[in-house]
Design a protein around this ligand. Structure first.
Ligand code: ATP
Length: 233
């Protein structure tokens, strides 16, 4: 990891397929930034070019997913879309993405945001359990996960993880082998997912207010192509 002690403000990163981006992603970014306060200068949303774990055949083209994100993020200057995963070939591994951040700015602490279901799946990610060498985690609970449940989940992933005082509201923080911390951040989980939006769209139902209007306008502009991609599922 980079220099400890917060000499420079860090950066929060939210990776995802964003197929399409929705208000759950955006509220997660906004609330995490508020909770992290001076620890971070902003939040990067990083669209995955080729997700290693998801079926790729219903994935909208990278360019459209990134354009929707950029349109959605435009009102807030501290939120930005980083297209770096499109510059690499092969599956888009988070390990490689965080290494690229780290190489570009070795002194910037990275806070990787993710939902608790994805956190539990880290052993299935390439070098997932080594990621604390490169970043801290900020884990948002889904489905009523308690602080104690989060500590248990973390120890199941890294048996040597140790509780330590937390700098974030929520009170639970675990120190991980490799140097990173796992913070528990109990935000409300909005009941919206990209899969549900795709289903509703294909059924001809409204997805208004589940996505930012600017991103929805891009979906509407590509209506014909989108049905072809999402029908593949
Ligand atoms: P899909 O339904 O296609 O699986 P998704 O809605 O889960 O997609 P992703 O792009 O896979 O969206 O998610 C990116 C990140 O955002 C993940 O860390 C995921 O846990 C988190 N996330 C997804 N939906 C929400 C939500 N409603 N509230 C908070 N975080 C979310």
């Amino acid at each position: 990891m980079g220099a400890r002690g917060g000499r420079r403000p860090g950066r929060a990163i939210l990776g995802g397929s964003f197929n399409p981006p929705h208000v759950g992603h955006l509220r997660l970014a906004v609330e995490a930034r508020e909770a992290l306060g001076p620890l971070v200068q902003g939040v990067d949303l990083v669209p995955c070019a080729r997700p290693p774990h998801k079926k790729n055949d219903n994935l909208l083209p990278f360019e459209l997913r990134a354009a929707m994100l950029e349109a959605a993020l435009a009102p807030l200057p501290w939120l930005r879309c980083n297209r770096l995963e499109a510059l690499r070939d092969g599956p888009s591994y988070t390990w490689d993405t965080l290494r690229a951040y780290h190489t570009a700015e070795p002194d910037t602490e990275l806070y990787f945001l993710l939902g608790s279901p994805d956190f539990a799946l880290l052993p299935t990610w390439r070098r997932g359990l080594e990621l604390p060498r490169l970043c801290h985690f900020v884990v948002v609970p889904r489905g009523g996960l308690s602080p104690g449940g989060f500590a248990d989940m973390t120890r199941a992933l890294w048996p040597t993880a140790r509780a330590r005082p937390s700098a974030l509201p929520g009170g639970v923080c675990m120190a991980l082998p490799g140097g990173g911390l796992a913070h528990f951040l109990p935000l409300p989980w909005l009941d919206v997912s990209a899969s549900r939006i795709r289903e509703r769209w294909l059924a001809g139902r409204s997805v208004n207010y589940l996505m930012p209007e600017a991103a929805l306008n891009l979906l509407r502009a590509h209506r014909r192509d989108i049905a072809a991609y999402w029908r593949e599922a």
